[in-house]
Design a protein around this ligand. Structure first.
Ligand SMILES: Cc1cc2nc3c(=O)[nH]c(=O)nc-3n(C[C@H](O)[C@H](O)[C@H](O)COP(=O)(O)OP(=O)(O)OC[C@H]3O[C@@H](n4cnc5c(N)ncnc54)[C@H](O)[C@@H]3O)c2cc1C
Length: 398
């Protein structure tokens, strides 16, 4: 039996335009992203030029309003684009998802004036964004964040001017140190979720410094760094939403962001399955292709079934979002199921390739290392279970 070449994923897309979009992405992936992925991930190179190309092609603002330079695409289309990108290289797929997360606050909660001033450059002007919620001592318990923003001058309203002075440290920031803008959540009032406000911070502002990027298990091409805010002055015109509204804005961004993570996870899992099928149909043992053995056939069947189930789950959540219906519970479920699927499927793919799967000669070990981070970011999978349980049983009593 010959190696089976991977077949493109069959996609049910809503319009001819979205079908053409997926074709454009597949072409870009095969020419510009996939050929360099393994080498650049090994060397830790961030492909900024790929993000510039994505921006020029209208792929960095896909789910946002075309009136502000976005692509005006439904979420179900945007997520399938992310899946295609992440299958080739998670650094790119997740990078696009994080950029989109960073645009969410301004697009959803900014004033008309703020959107007109900043969104076009963010969505299609070549800029790259980052989202700053986590801190060294507040991860899952994000509402306990300590980075402070204190008013200096001006009155209490946006039009009366005045600055905010930001001091503190953000941790684990994807694109930290290389982003052009940061959506930052900082404490402006009481302890807890009601004392947090969102700000749009330019990357080149004085007093903002990035630490040396973390040395990570995977996604080595994607810089993750601490950011130090040492008296960073931000005009009130860059405050997004009301004072104290920041945590609600952050959670709303995460509902959508979690769907991005789910789609990336299915891309990683699909890439691992394609490798496993290709290998199993080519590799001979006991005088037959190993894909003849029921032990492996059933493993491949289970991998493929989990992937289809995950894809259906994230697409259903996206279609609820596109219809303007609540989707927070389904987004948490999709993030949980799709990222657990990616971990399981990539681990199984290493097993299908045997010893070769454990080497850098095949991409499955990289995919397995990449899958792990998806169970951690944008709310760990324990936190997703808490979100889902709250929808079912209400808040915990203590
Ligand atoms: C590569 C990478 C990129 C990232 N990018 C960003 C970014 O761009 N922006 C950003 O803001 N953050 C980012 N993060 C941070 C990420 O969101 C946090 O790591 C995550 O929220 C977990 O926080 P923590 O690491 O502090 O773990 P902790 O919150 O300390 O959790 C440690 C363990 O305890 C568990 N746990 C905690 N509380 C509970 C509970 N109540 N019940 C059950 N279990 C619990 C967790 O599930 C986890 O297993 C990134 C992280 C990584 C690794």
């Amino acid at each position: 039996m010959p190696d089976r070449a991977p077949q493109p994923v069959e996609r049910r897309l809503p319009t001819e335009e979205s079908r053409q979009l997926i074709e454009l992405v597949r072409d870009m992936v095969s020419k510009e992203i996939a050929p360099r992925a393994a080498e650049e991930e090994e060397s830790g190179h961030f492909p900024r030029e790929v993000f510039t190309l994505l921006s020029e092609s209208g792929l960095l603002g896909l789910p946002y309003d075309s009136a502000y330079g976005g692509g005006g695409q439904p979420y179900e289309v945007y997520l399938q684009v992310l899946e295609e990108l992440a299958a080739a290289r998670l650094t790119v797929g997740l990078g696009v998802s994080v950029h989109s997360l960073a645009c969410h606050a301004l697009a959803g909660y900014g004033t008309e004036e703020q959107r007109a001033a900043h969104l076009p450059a963010m969505l299609g002007g070549g800029l790259l964004g980052a989202y700053c919620l986590s801190e060294p001592s507040s991860g899952s318990d994000a509402a306990s964040l300590r980075t402070k923003a204190v008013r200096d001058g001006g009155g209490a309203s946006r039009t009366s001017g005045g600055d905010w002075v930001l001091t503190g440290t953000k941790a684990w920031i994807t694109h930290g140190g290389i982003a052009d803008f940061y959506t930052v959540l900082a404490r402006t009032g009481v302890e807890g979720p009601r004392g947090i406000t969102a700000f749009l911070v330019p990357g080149d502002v004085g007093g903002l410094n990035a630490a040396v990027p973390e040395k990570k298990m995977g996604m080595k091409g994607s810089p993750t760094a601490q950011l130090h805010f040492d008296g960073v002055r931000i005009p009130d015109a860059r405050r997004i939403g009301d004072e104290g509204q920041g945590f609600a804005i952050a959670l709303s961004a995460l509902d959508s962001g979690r769907l991005g993570i789910a789609a990336c996870a299915i891309g990683v899992a699909q890439a691992a399955l394609d490798e496993a099928v290709g290998y199993a149909t080519g590799r001979q043992q006991f005088g037959r292709p190993i894909a003849d053995f029921q032990g492996l056939r059933f493993m491949l069947a289970d991998m493929a079934t989990r992937i289809e189930a995950g894809r259906a789950l994230y697409l259903e959540a996206a279609r609820l979002r596109d219809a303007g219906l609540p989707f927070s519970r389904q987004a948490a479920m999709a993030k949980l199921f799709c990222t657990d699927t990616a971990m399981q499927v990539t681990t199984d793919a290493v097993q299908v390739l045997g010893g070769y799967g454990y080497t850098l000669d095949f991409p499955v070990e990289r995919l397995m290392r990449e899958a792990k981070v998806l169970q951690i970011v944008e709310g760990t999978n324990q936190i997703q279970r808490m979100v889902i349980a709250r929808h079912l049983a209400g808040p915990e009593t203590r």
